[in-house]
Design a protein around this ligand. Structure first.
Ligand code: SAM
Length: 395
């Protein structure tokens, strides 16, 4: 594969924004590509993929070639991919044979899997040997998965509609509304997307709304709704009948649901910003179903967001765990007697998952609740993101 100086510079700029200015990788790549409209499809794919992969393997790359020079780091990454380096001045400081030897001698699993040492140790403490297998899987590139909007089409019909646009997909058993792209490509400009026939949503994430056992006509609260990915899925499962109260602390996130709902043909969503405990108290005993898709470390979605591992800290994980228990202690009061709730995270750490549920059930606030089922979704088993889903009933 031929390297081009200007696209490598594009990667440098993106990495600088991510590592030196702490910006989010997906936003940085979007901006980099937008600001250079002359790059062709192949250049754009090279910049996006190389940036993501260098972020993923950042610790390993820096171990093999300790340097603050982005050319050294890119060159090392390129060699790791099994390519040869062109004889450019920029790569003159690199010694491919030495780098190869250092890599072959490397045994430290935290460096090999390219995670911060504290995170490697935390995962090992919580998950034992499962962590090594899971971490390996979380370092693979994520597939693009879409969720069929069953309010407007069927999976088979959408498959054909996408094929007409040159987009080939396949489906996997156990995920009734999911289609997986055979090849990574921009689908947001396709006619089926603009017509609201699908949303991009990982297959594991699609298990969350499905596990809440909603029915048309119910009153459902999605209490940590964000930009509404799971609200939209709930509305489709409810056949756009009944009511969904979509809540979050952040109004700007709820705003995004508005546009997405319109595109999806959904009109049963009411948005509500949480302004403190009074918002929760006003909704006491009012819901048939409650979704708590709580804030979490995001360790289950490292395939998609590899920069998460460099942004997390032991303190940020402790803070998010505190928020998770606070939500569990107060939000379930919004459920009617006999109603059901789902607590979900996109994390694989027991301390954010089953241990939080156990603590809630043993507490005064959880005494009327019973655990009905629990799914621990690991990436190495499912092939998709890591998730945790627990369904409970208010007795
Ligand atoms: C995992 S994300 C939700 C993703 C969303 N459900 C989706 O499917 O796209 C967690 C959300 O919880 C929100 N959040 C954080 N603390 C909260 C709290 N105390 N109460 C409600 N929402 C909260 C965050 O703003 C964030 O949008």
């Amino acid at each position: 594969m031929k390297l081009h100086n200007n696209t490598i510079r594009g990667v440098h700029d993106a990495l600088e924004a991510i590592f030196e200015r702490g910006q989010f990788a997906d936003k940085v790549i979007e901006r980099t590509l937008k600001s250079n409209p002359k790059w062709g499809a192949r250049d754009r794919a090279f910049i996006a993929e190389t940036t993501y992969e260098m972020v993923r393997w950042w610790r390993l790359i820096n171990y093999l070639s300790p340097s603050s020079n982005y050319w050294d780091l890119f060159g090392t990454y390129w060699l790791m991919q099994g390519h040869e380096l062109p004889s450019w001045e920029e790569f003159s400081k690199l010694n491919p044979a030495k780098i190869k030897e250092k890599y072959e001698k490397l045994e430290d699993p935290g460096i090999l899997e390219s995670v911060p040492e504290w995170l490697y140790e935390l995962g090992k403490k919580e998950l034992g040997d499962t962590w090594d297998t899971e971490l390996h899987s979380l370092n693979q590139e994520a597939e693009v998965v879409i969720r069929v909007n069953t309010l407007k089409t069927t999976r088979e019909r959408l498959k054909n509609q996408l094929l007409e646009e040159g987009i080939r997909t396949y489906h996997v058993k156990g995920y009734p509304d999911a289609l997986i792209l055979e090849e990574r490509q921009n689908i947001f400009r396709s006619a089926p997307f603009k017509a609201g026939l699908f949303e991009v949503q990982d297959a594991s994430s699609q298990l969350v709304a499905a596990s809440l056992a909603v029915e048309p006509g119910m009153r459902v609260i999605d209490a940590c709704a964000g930009a509404g990915g799971k609200t939209l899925h709930l509305a489709a499962l409810m056949e756009n009948k009944g009511k969904i109260i979509s809540m979050d602390l952040e109004e700007w996130k709820l705003q995004q649901t508005k546009l997405r709902a319109r595109r999806n043909g959904i009109d049963i969503i009411e948005r509500k910003v949480i302004e403190g405990s009074k918002t929760i108290k006003r909704l006491k005993d009012s819901a048939d179903r409650l979704l708590l898709d709580v804030p979490c470390s995001g360790l289950g979605v490292l395939r998609r967001n590899p920069d998460t591992k460099w942004k997390l800290s032991p303190e940020s994980i402790a803070k998010v765990q505190e928020a998770q228990q606070e939500i569990l202690q107060s939000y379930p009061s919004m459920l009617k007697k006999g109603g059901q709730l789902v607590y979900a995270t996109c994390s694989i750490l027991p301390s954010e998952n089953e241990q939080q549920v156990k603590k809630f059930l043993a507490s005064e606030a959880g005494k009327d609740f019973e655990l009905l089922e629990e799914q621990k979704v690991f990436s190495h088993q499912s092939g998709f993101d890591g998730f945790y889903i627990a369904r409970m009933i208010k007795k």
